[in-house]
Design a protein around this ligand. Structure first.
Ligand SMILES: Cc1cc2nc3c(=O)[nH]c(=O)nc-3n(C[C@H](O)[C@H](O)[C@H](O)COP(=O)(O)OP(=O)(O)OC[C@H]3O[C@@H](n4cnc5c(N)ncnc54)[C@H](O)[C@@H]3O)c2cc1C
Length: 389
């Protein structure tokens, strides 16, 4: 397969010199582990103490990783990316809320983004997080097969109703809907519910997409079993494939509670597992649609190669590549330039509420043993190219 991801001119074609310099400065800062640790603590404290730090956060990390504080803010970014063929998934990234009115607010926001998607080719998917619609502990209790109290059962019925409402709306508007994956100890209940939605709304094609976190060694088997159900019951499978974002938490909990870790034994094992799931889905594309959410170049090439081998068109609407806004533009923009379907998650929300998301991004880009991050390498290469070096 031709290697296409090193073309920094295509990757950063939308970035002015000033924006590129800002990105360079940002990644240089977050490559520094102690600085990220101290910065996170100071920022959290400052926000809690109502100190005026929002402006600073906006001018640095926020504007790099987010589309704005609300969905309308995002539209200029959406339109700009689409001029290069890169689509957007508006991601309301407010996390950790546990109240009924907040679940209803997330529901309303998801319905709004489905409407946005219906109206715009540049927004092919809507997305939400299961814990955006219901309490974490409730999912956990159900997953543990514990009996719910009468109030909890009523609460769960409201969660089911929220899922059903957005899936039904997405189905009626023909908008595909991604449902994020979270911690394994709440995921069983979410999986059952999402499968119920697939059974109901994926009769003609994949509208509802669940997420498989391939750092879990049990997920390929899960996919195969789901495939059997889909064949027997006549529904299509939509699946976002990711490696998984909660590895440290998963391992720490398994150790603390003394159960077998759900995480693959090594990074290589996760990589193999991811690629095996990609392969399985491509082999069964008659019933499956895939959204490959990854910044891993090798996995991306693997999927591209499989498409080529099978004679699948680059823009087959059952196959999407996905990256996060502010990261791996070298993958997104080069894929789009070669005619593949690609969408970037574009997070939005009040600055204070998207902090957990921003902290995860900063930590993810922190250097391991002094290595320069790939993002930084790419930005450096493009700055040099523009200076004629
Ligand atoms: C569009 C998009 C949507 C996403 N949605 C979700 C979601 O719904 N839920 C979610 O959990 N995450 C989600 N993620 C994040 C994703 O799970 C990864 O954390 C992130 O993309 C990094 O993995 P990677 O495939 O890009 O590549 P890489 O950088 O190659 O892989 C890093 C990942 O490998 C795994 N890993 C690292 N070290 C080890 C080890 N020692 N043993 C085993 N495994 C290891 C971890 O999962 C780690 O995150 C999403 C990412 C994208 C781009």
């Amino acid at each position: 397969m031709e290697k296409i991801f090193n073309n920094t001119q295509v990757a950063f074609s939308l970035k002015s010199d000033t924006e590129l310099d800002r990105a360079y400065f940002l990644f240089k800062m977050i490559a520094n582990q102690p600085l990220v640790r101290i910065g996170t603590a100071v920022t959290n404290f400052a926000l809690k103490a109502n100190l005026p730090v929002e402006g600073l956060i906006r001018a640095t990390v926020f504007d790099h990783f987010c589309g704005g504080v609300n969905e309308v803010d995002c539209l200029s970014v959406v339109d700009k990316m689409y001029t290069k063929g890169v689509s957007s998934v508006l991601d309301y990234s407010v996390e950790g809320k546990e109240e009924e009115d907040q679940f209803d607010a997330a529901l309303e926001m998801t319905l709004k983004t489905i409407e946005f998607a219906k109206e715009r080719l540049a927004i092919p998917f809507a997305v939400f997080k299961p814990t955006g619609f219901g309490r974490f502990e409730l999912y956990e209790k159900l997953g543990d097969q514990q009996t719910l109290t009468r109030e909890e059962q009523a609460e769960w019925n409201r969660v089911v109703a929220r899922f059903d409402l957005v899936c039904k709306d997405a189905h009626s508007k023909n908008v595909a809907l991604l449902i994020d994956g979270e911690e394994s100890w709440m995921q069983d209940a979410a999986d059952d519910l999402v499968t119920e939605m697939m059974r109901k709304y994926n009769k003609e094609k994949a509208i509802v997409f669940n997420t498989l976190q391939m750092y879990r060694w049990d997920r390929l088997d899960y996919l195969k079993k789901l495939h059997e159900q889909a064949k027997n019951d006549g529904f299509f499978i939509g699946m976002k494939l990711v490696r998984g974002a909660y590895m440290e938490k998963e391992m720490a909990r398994a150790e603390e509670k003394r159960y077998q870790s759900p995480i693959c034994a090594s990074k290589e094992a996760t990589d193999d597992n991811y690629d095996a799931a990609v392969r399985y889905m491509i082999e069964h594309l008659d019933l499956m649609s895939i959204f490959a959410g990854t910044h891993n170049e090798l996995s991306t090439y693997t999927l591209m190669e499989l498409m080529q081998e099978k004679g699948i068109k680059t823009n087959d609407d059952r196959i999407w590549f996905g990256q996060l806004y502010g990261m791996s533009d070298n993958i997104s923009y080069n894929l789009a330039a070669h005619g593949y379907n690609v969408a970037k998650y574009l997070p939005f929300g009040p600055v204070k509420d998207v902090m957990p998301y921003l902290i995860r991004r900063a930590e993810e880009n922190t250097s391991v043993a002094g290595q320069t991050s790939r993002e930084l390498e790419m930005i450096k290469a493009e700055r040099n190219r523009r200076k004629g070096k």
